[in-house]
Design a binder for this molecule. Sequence first.
Ligand code: SAH
Length: 343
Amino acid sequence: MMKKNLMDMTIKELELFFINIGEQKFRAKQVFGWIAKGACSFDEMTDLSKGLRLKLAENADIQKLVILRMQPSQKDGTRKYLMGLPDGNSIECVFMKYKFGNTLCISSQAGCRMGCSFCASAIGGLSRNLTAGEMVDQIISTERDTGEKISNIVVMGTGEPFDNYENLLKFIEIVHAKEGLNIGLRNITVSTCGLIPKMKEFAMDVPQVNLAVSLHAPNDKIRGVIMPISKRYPMDDLLSACRQCIERTGRRITFEYALIKGTNDSERNAEELVSRLRGMNCHVNLIPLNRVEETGLAGTEHTVAERFKLILDKKGIQTTIRRELGSDIDAACGQLRLKNGRD
Ligand code: SAH
């Protein structure tokens, strides 16, 4: 019999597993709690009998990620991790300290097939989806390494989470369970490049989870050049889907807008953006593009970013310029993974 990877299981699935091996189902919550605390082997689960631990080891394992590299920022407590998967792939996650709590930015896929022109994750294409357990263990392994509790999750690392939808939902169920990591749904944010059908499902399935949408342009002409997905889902449709999601969830949407020098950062671009977003319950997060050597694109200067923000502010659209955490450690999407491949 193939050993079952318990890292990948919800409490319900664990209960079924225990019943199948002839054990009582309350064991599920016990083991689930141990895994969330970072247990790597059944021997660590000291409140289980020796016999049960042995039986578990025969039938199951706990597949952990391996920390391959950790880059600490010298400036702000940010730590960037490169973690290895059992099949030799690697992924990244970034630990950030904010006043409201520790946040982990996790990856949802090894690579990505969305092909955005400015993004390092797109360069090698998609390698594969991560399992729910591989997403969960980014949190567990980081908590163990830092010795700190993580209270907020952003799914903004490598990959398009809505291109791995089933595993994303399972991941959310596992990290939200109070017997384990106990992370509030409102403390989770999922970012998408705009896969409309899944956005709508998501608003139905987990309305309390925050949604961020990578817009990066005020119109299809510009968006089409930098984000191939806009050819499948034009901006009018995307924005009307966003309005539907807001209506359904009653929650604000965040639009991410990476400012790329000479591409999408003019005053006219800002004004057009205002006209598209007016009246929407939204927040715009401006991100001066992180330089990725391979793309040849440059970020907007700070003064130009400030001017862009002012135009949105004046028209009542809440706007922030993202504080750059970890700028000294290439903490932008896919950069560490890419570098490792080149070393
Ligand atoms: N696929 C999802 C989530 C991953 S990327 C999405 O597209 O939203 C998280 C955010 O970082 C996205 O808004 C993405 O467009 C942005 N991003 C990618 N490369 C970047 C770069 N070089 N500089 C700044 N932001 C970048």
